[in-house]
Design a protein around this ligand. Sequence first.
Ligand SMILES: [Zn+2]
Length: 150
Amino acid sequence: MIRTIVKHPDPILHRTSEPVGAVTADTRALLDDMLDTMYAAQGRGLAGVQVAVLQRVVVIDIAWKDGAPEPLCFVDPEIVWVSDEKAVGEERCLSIPDTPTAVLRSTAVRVRYRDREGARQEREFEGLMAMVMQHEVDHLDGVLILDKAA
Ligand SMILES: [Zn+2]
């Protein structure tokens, strides 16, 4: 089910989201709605707060625009390592339409999280995936690209 995306300057976007803990059927329904919403909005990532749910949940798919979809769900994602190497990239946000913004990010990250089934995972990402991951985890802490424009 497609949900409404909250747009800047709605103050909810600056609030900190709460940990989910156990992954339930409700969590999975939320994640599925977030994927539907992200694809409908032509996005590559979406955080819970962007559909007005203050839970630490993120969906990302960096592949679907160029081929087969590869949806990834992150519950309580925690960035446990970032590379010293950083790069400036131009980012877009579904909550801030038509405002591409240059942001400085680490080029690789390691993330600890629970997947859609609730299993603990730890994975390393680089390039576009690392950039999107940092963007979405920022959302969980109430931080927007406008707050950290390079
Ligand atoms: Zn965003």
